[in-house]
Design a protein around this ligand. Structure first.
Ligand code: HMG
Length: 440
């Protein structure tokens, strides 16, 4: 069993400077320390100030981990054309979003609307008093909480946001457990810090109220505040996106699939993802290919977005497709409602130099517009994936894009690359086939 005298363990690593950290890492974990050190340092930003900004985002940083910064042009949403920034490591994702954007550009684009922007936070506490009487005291308690947190609420209220309501929640299976579920409006920020600061202030007010209020009997003065934290489940911070057209406008897909066949095959694919969890997870992964890429590019919290979206996809007790397809009166409608707690100010959005550029590329949208653009990209991504799946199959397009990775893996020269691209333009691509071609 590993212990602290193990050569792979270290005390005080966090206190070493960056070079010291790298030195210890390369000497203890790599066979060729010199070249690894060189490689790690080669990814440092050439501008020292910029590197300091990047280092500030995390801890124990030793280098940077570059990912491609891409764009999907021609995304028409509510009549306006966007060029959407996407950060992803997976080939064919950006091509797919771009291709679906191009497809819908001539068919009315994507329609998007905000359903709600409510963010949530919770104070979890244990108390041996009576829930019903505490419930009746909530308005009075809320007034005091607002008063005590005035300085934290002030700026957000000026922007039109702040604390919206407080609800007392109980879970019968948890003895003496109570929760204050607080709902907030955080305007253009994602609001995590604002919410957490308010909650910590509210929890102090709650504690004091229980301990001192004449309306609480002396037998119930003891309260244990366990924790106060925002909830990343924000089902009412919701956006709706859709595309629709007459079925014949869908066009045909090769010799064998006409518009009617396509619409029906597409509809069936969505129905399967509504019914079967195995398919639903893959289907939603396709949506998240688009959503995550925009969330990352805009410096938002993709873990929070992912966790929320998956919980939302299970809201009726079974994990299902997020998107819907209907065929009605000869019209093909493809839509999705998705919760997205995003911000365009605060956090990394204005600190990360590329996130700042992403927002600039989107003409500095407010949070609601970013929510809609992000959902839009998710829907387009889903459309492209299903379009491929129910027509040519996914591998054709995916491998066409993935061929560059195969060629890099095989250390192909420029000449070999050019020849391979030409040779495989009308052939099935696989790692083995490309390898055989390169080495023949
Ligand atoms: P294609 O028909 O061969 O493309 O499709 P094309 O060469 O005819 O080009 C048409 C347009 O596609 C282009 O227009 C671009 O918009 C875009 P143009 O720019 O020429 O005016 N496009 C590209 N954009 C940038 N770089 C490129 C590029 N190539 C085309 N190199 C395509 C090829 C990959 C788009 C298509 O096959 C496709 O959409 N496939 C789906 C790919 C996909 O979903 N990939 C995600 C990974 S698979 C996955 O994780 C999800 C999944 O499991 C989810 C699920 O199961 O539901 C599938």
């Amino acid at each position: 069993m590993a212990n602290s005298s193990d050569s792979k363990s270290i005390q005080g690593f966090s206190k070493l400077n960056k070079r010291g950290k790298i030195k210890w890492i390369v000497e203890n974990f790599f066979k060729d320390p010199e070249s690894v050190m060189h490689e790690l340092m080669s990814y440092w930003h050439r501008n020292e100030d910029q590197q300091k900004v990047l280092d500030g985002f995390s801890e124990n940083t030793i280098s940077n981990f570059p990912l491609p910064f891409s764009v999907a042009p021609n995304v028409v949403m509510n009549g306006k054309t966007y060029c959407v920034p996407m950060v992803t490591e997976e080939s064919s994702v950006v091509a797919a979003a771009s291709s679906a954007a191009k497809f819908w550009q001539d068919r009315g684009g994507v329609k998007a609307q905000i359903i709600g922007t409510e963010k949530l936070g919770q104070i979890h506490f244990y108390w041996n008093g009576d829930g019903d009487s505490l419930k009746s005291l909530i308005p009075e308690l809320e007034k005091r909480m607002r008063e005590d947190a005035k300085e934290h609420l002030f700026n957000m209220e000026k922007r039109g946001g702040g604390l919206k309501k407080i609800k007392l929640i109980r879970f019968p299976q948890l003895e003496n457990y109570f929760q204050l579920l607080c709902s907030f409006e955080t305007c253009d920020s994602m609001g995590a810090n604002f919410i957490n600061t308010c909650l910590e202030s509210f929890s102090q007010t709650l504690e004091m109220y229980i301990e001192k209020s004449p309306l609480i009997s002396d037998a119930y003065r003891e309260i244990e505040i366990l924790m106060s934290i925002l909830s990343n489940y924000t089902p009412d911070c919701l956006v709706e996106v859709s595309v629709d057209c007459n079925i014949h406008e869908l066009g045909s897909f090769g010799d064998e699939i006409d518009a009617d066949d396509f619409a029906l095959r597409f509809y069936k694919a969505v129905q399967i993802a509504k019914a079967d969890v195995h398919r639903a997870v893959t289907h939603n992964k396709g949506i998240l290919n688009g959503i995550d890429a925009v969330v990352l590019a805009s410096g938002n919290d993709f873990r929070a977005v992912e966790a929320c979206i998956h919980a939302y996809a299970s809201r009726d007790g079974q994990y299902r497709s997020l998107s819907e397809c209907t065929i009605e009166n000869d019209r093909f409608i493809f839509s999705m409602q998705v919760p997205l707690a995003l911000g365009t100010i605060g956090g990394l959005t204005n600190l990360h130099p590329m996130a700042k550029r992403s927002l600039e590329l989107l003409e500095n949208p407010d949070a609601e517009t970013l929510m809609m653009i992000t959902a839009c990209t998710g829907l387009l991504q889903n459309f492209a994936a299903l379009k491929s799946l129910v027509t040519t199959g996914i591998q054709k397009g995916h491998m066409k894009m993935h061929m560059e990775n195969i060629l890099s893996h095989l250390n192909a020269t420029q000449e070999q690359r050019n020849k391979a691209r030409e040779y495989f333009s009308d052939k099935k691509i696989s790692y083995n086939e490309v390898r055989k071609f390169i080495t023949s």
